[in-house]
Ligand binder design. Sequence first.
Ligand code: SF4
Length: 370
Amino acid sequence: MSLGIYLHTPFCVSKCPYCDFYSTTTFSEDDLDRYTQALICEIRRWGNTLQQSADTLYFGGGTPSLLGGNRLALLIETVRQSFSLSSSAEITLEANPADKLADVFSAFAAAGGNRLSLGMQTADDTLLKLLGRRHTVAQTERTVAAAHKAGIHNLSLDLMLGIAGQTPTHVKHAVERCANLDATHVSAYLLKLEDGTPYALSPPTDLPNEDETVFLYHSAAQSLESYGFFQYEISNFAKIGFESRHNLKYWNSEPYVGIGPAAHSFLDGKRFYYPRSLSAFFRGESPIEENPTDTAIPENSPEEFAMLRLRLTNGLTEQDFRVRFGSVIPTVWRERAAALPSSLIIADSTGIRLTRDGFLVSDAILSRLL
Ligand code: SF4
């Protein structure tokens, strides 16, 4: 099975107050060069060790577009050589709409890059300011135009749900902008107060309550559907054929290699992660294997497989479970699903899946089910 390759870029111009992804705002051009070289060493090392091909490459962060066109092209070429990257590979770049990216997009596209993921978040400048974002709505539109001009038409836009003061009208307007910008994919995430972030320490006033958040989520989903984006995962919607091939590997328990500080890998049924430290990465510290006893659900177990599959609208199917484990879905899971309201979870002859209302309380359902 072909691998997915994830390359993490741990640099951002400024830190958004809700974000807990690993990144630093203190860096120079020399650091970007040094980091690119460190990534290249690790890509080659993994390539030599695994001797496997890859069919997706994802530049995530942080803000990978800060690497610039030449470094991105160099990294794509290194992955191509080390993992026989297929000619039809999905190659995604996350980018911040605040930056001038026309040249970056041209170089990325020339090197084979074919998908962009932009952190649009909302189509309202006041809400963007409240979120601590550096960009405006006009900058998102300019960035999308630059992507199209560079020949990149597979475009994913991130939307945030649950911003202080956000109303269903804001959400519908944002979805309409996504459709008008010819997005092929929309990720609509609920704002979470992640431990250790400024938002968690001092949450903004006027955050939507639970009922309001549920309403925002349904508004987003219905509005996205009305523009032809079908839901395939808790937070992800796509035009037909434009689901994220890379992210589907995570939910389908397929193998992937993540390189860079805090990046995770899943190989031969084992999970690894690099230490959450740029200096440790520069020192060449190896990834650490996750200790199965540290997690409530053991890695590569039927429970973990079910937990990931139940994020998808297709859910956990009998067919996929049989292919993976050679048996039917455990009866006890079906009994527990049957004991929960059918407005949240459905168990039928094809398998078990959550409804949209179920997605909103998926953690609670999974802990009851598994
Ligand atoms: S730009 Fe993205 S990765 Fe960087 S701090 Fe903001 S949300 Fe996090």
